[in-house]
Design a protein around this ligand. Structure first.
Ligand code: ATP
Ligand code: MG
Length: 719
């Protein structure tokens, strides 16, 4: 391939081409959604390889999700063929961090087969640490300690680097101690959590400059997608690696920064220009993804944010269909409308794979999923708590983990008496005492314990059975294909049988999941590779090819695009969420608005917003009002399909009085939207808004008192 006339360059516009061809020195592409930032990165990799400036393994390329990494590899292959295959250093921060740590584990006090703990196990461990320090877990819950420690890790701070003031603030000054104790426990377990994957790299490089120099030399070119969402630890990690050669290209969009709550810092964009002076800064302004109306809606909305670097976006596409807003009586009806709408698209020949439903919180998914299942719409869930988080899958994983790593105490504890084999708490306590005394893992302690007469004969024989099984299974790993090993373990342990005997409604589904679990292992070369994959998967990866609707949270949708995007749940209190509304500053609300902007800009041709005026969250009914973000959309780009008949028909069926929040009701968005269909879009919002959803237990409550004027007497009031 010749670089000048190379086909992979021909489709780019001049700015994109500049960003691709400026291979030496720092490059920053700061541009809006759909302007081809990711495409620039992919083409840049192809260009580096095709021109012989780099071999695939000289390039470090960081994506935000594993899915994005897979897609990028696929596209590079399409651009330059087999020459681009491999790309061993293309992946998420976590995946790359893991790979580096496995090579040098001993230098940071680990063994190379260390386990990566999921959130669940992390919390169990925190609980133990808190209990060990005699702190009241009710007062200082594990979850909040986990959050605090994650925050420190995201900022690149180890236990000894936490500012004393902050360490003091948790649990009567024990924050720092707890952090240190937690790290010590992780080390004994030969385990790390997600934050460690980068933090320990930083430590490794700080303590071993020769190793750092080696990596600086190895990675001739560094590329980073979704740069706006890097946190401080990630930034420090990148900066260390890039400092020697300075061939680093970052692409991002401050308007799509949606991980502030997880420690991401938009300021990293500004820091880049400071740390890498003389960087080539490229701005891309043409959006290639969305129609005019969608872009107008997204741009109009984000223009309400104050904290922006500011940029223009234009499209040369037609205006297309207006963004639609649909109201529903409740979330069930909303789900029904979405399913119907999808079926109608399907009848017109639109592939389901080009349709996505993006929700604010994963709890919204269940009703939509239920509806899809009911009408037989195939769908996949991407991201969030999913398949591998399910209890039966976690149990199965625990069996495999102990088989692979006898020191994995958390996993051992999880399945110690699952299925029930008469090994109660007393036995577990004895085991713990043994393990502590000899400083050995629980499984090793069990091996000792069964040689004594400390346990009752029955418990001893059951424990002996378990210990011997694990020895057998561990040997089996060498001898048999790993899916077969897993199958054997699930059968011999009695785990499968436990669910077969279970009479509860979901047992069949769980058995299905277990089958799917064993099946999914076939995609991996070996057991260790599979377990590592599971630890790392942040998003569900499902079989490609099948025509299915995609369902995911807005957070998981970053970087993706679909012809049609459904955006349900645009209600104050849900989206923007209540915390952002209650917050005193603007930061939370602006992040929510950026999230809305990300949602809208995922759509190529159709964006369909909706809201329900009643929603059940965690089993409680809430009455809601449409999102303030709906009000903020430029009227000319929006079309209102339908507002809940219940309202236009007259008096509210339930209390929409904003008291005790005490403000007059003003003009809720959906109502102004109705005005729009009636001829004109209302201007400005009336009085204040209610404080969002109020929870009403059980049924919807109909109250006759103090119905706001706008809703009384069956009349609609247009402002
Ligand atoms: P986001 O901010 O959402 O991640 P992005 O800036 O990374 O968006 P891409 O995903 O790279 O944008 O590109 C958006 C769409 O526009 C893709 O379908 C891509 O193939 C297309 N595209 C990008 N550049 C061009 C171009 N020069 N000509 C035609 N299509 C293009
Ligand atoms: Mg992108």
């Amino acid at each position: 391939l010749r670089p000048d006339g190379a086909s992979y360059l021909s489709g780019l516009n001049p700015e994109q081409r500049r960003a691709v061809e400026a291979t030496e020195g720092p490059v920053l592409v700061l541009a809006g959604a759909g302007t081809g930032k990711t495409r620039v990165l992919t083409t840049r990799i192809a260009h580096l390889i095709a021109t012989g400036k780099a071999r695939p393994y000289d390039i470090l390329s960081v994506t935000f999700t594993n899915k994005a990494a897979r897609e990028m590899k696929h596209r590079i292959g399409q651009l330059i063929g087999p020459a681009g295959e491999g790309m061993p250093w293309l992946g998420t921060f976590h995946a790359i961090g893991t790979k580096i740590l496995r090579r040098h584990a001993e230098l940071v006090g680990l063994k190379s087969d260390f386990t990566i703990l999921g959130t669940d196990d992390q919390l169990r461990l925190m609980k133990q640490v808190i209990a060990d320090q005699n702190i009241d877990e009710k007062r200082w819950p594990a979850r909040s300690l986990a959050h605090t420690i994650d925050g420190w890790k995201n900022r690149g701070l180890g236990p000894e680097q936490v500012p004393p003031g902050e360490a003091q603030a948790f649990a009567f000054g024990k924050g720092g101690q707890l952090y240190a104790a937690y790290q010590a426990r992780l080390a004994t377990l030969n385990a790390v959590d997600f934050g460690d994957l980068l933090l320990l790299c930083l430590k490794l490089w700080r303590d071993n400059p020769d190793i750092l120099a080696n990596y600086q030399d190895r990675f001739r070119y560094i590329l980073v997608d979704e740069y706006q969402d890097t946190n401080v630890a990630q930034y420090l990690w990148l900066r260390l690696l890039a400092q020697a050669r300075k061939n680093v290209a970052c692409v991002g969009d401050d308007d799509q920064s949606i991980y502030g709550w997880r420690g991401a810092e938009v300021d990293n964009i500004l820091r880049f220009e400071h740390d890498f002076p003389g960087a080539t800064v490229v701005r891309l302004e043409r959006n290639y993804r969305s129609t005019g109306h969608i872009l107008a809606a997204a741009s109009g909305l984000i223009a309400r944010n104050e904290g922006r670097l500011g940029k223009t976006l234009r499209t040369e596409d037609a205006a297309g269909e207006p963004v639609t807003v649909t109201g529903a009586w409740d979330s069930e009806e909303e789900a029904r409308q979405i399913a119907e709408s999808i079926e109608s698209l399907q009848r017109k020949g639109h592939p389901l794979s080009e349709i996505a439903v993006l929700v604010r919180i994963s709890a919204q998914m269940r009703e939509i999923e239920d509806r899809f299942v009911q009408v037989g719409l195939p769908y996949r869930v991407i991201g969030g708590p999913r398949f591998y988080e399910r209890a039966e899958i976690r149990d199965a994983l625990a069996y495999l983990r102990v088989t692979m790593n006898g020191a994995d105490d958390l996993a051992f504890e999880r399945i110690f008496n699952t299925p029930k084999r008469g090994l109660g708490d007393a036995t577990l306590q004895t085991l713990h005492a043994y393990a502590r005394a000899d400083r050995i893992p629980l499984l090793a302690a069990a091996r000792k314990l069964i040689e004594t007469d400390e346990l009752k004969p029955r418990a001893r024989s059951m424990l002996r059975g378990l210990v011997e099984s694990f020895s057998r299974w561990t040997r089996l790993v060498e001898a048999k294909p790993h899916p077969e090993v897993a199958q054997t373990i699930l059968e011999e342990s009695g785990y499968t049988e436990m669910w077969q005997k279970d009479r509860s409604a979901d047992a069949a589904g769980r058995l299905e999941n277990l089958k799917e679990f064993v099946r999914s292992m076939e995609e991996f070369p070996d057991m260790a590779g599979f377990l590592e994959h599971v630890s790392l998967v942040m998003e569900a990866s499902e079989a490609e090819g099948a025509d299915r609707v995609s369902l995911m949270t807005l957070h998981a949708a970053k970087g993706l695009e679909f012809d049609t995007v459904f955006l349900p749940g645009w209600e104050d209190g849900l989206f923007p969420n209540q915390r952002a509304i209650d917050e005193s500053g603007r930061a939370g609300l602006e992040e929510e608005r950026r999230l809305a902007h990300v949602g809208l800009t995922r759509a190529r041709k159709r964006a369909k917003l909706s809201f329900a005026v009643n929603r059940r969250i965690h089993g409680l009914w809430s009455s809601t009002i449409p999102s303030r973000f709906i009000d903020e959309l430029p009227p000319h780009a929006v079309d209102v399909i339908e507002a809940p008949a219940h309202f236009s028909a007259g008096a509210s069926r339930f209390d929409r009085n904003p008291a005790p929040f005490g403000s007059s009701y003003g003009t809720p968005g959906w109502q102004r939207a109705q005005a729009n269909t009636a001829g004109g879009f209302g201007s400005g919002r009336g009085g204040g808004r209610s404080g969002g959803p109020r929870e009403i237990e059980g049924e919807l409550v109909a109250k006759s008192t103090a119905t706001p004027s706008a809703f009384s007497g069956g009349q609609r009031v247009f402002h």
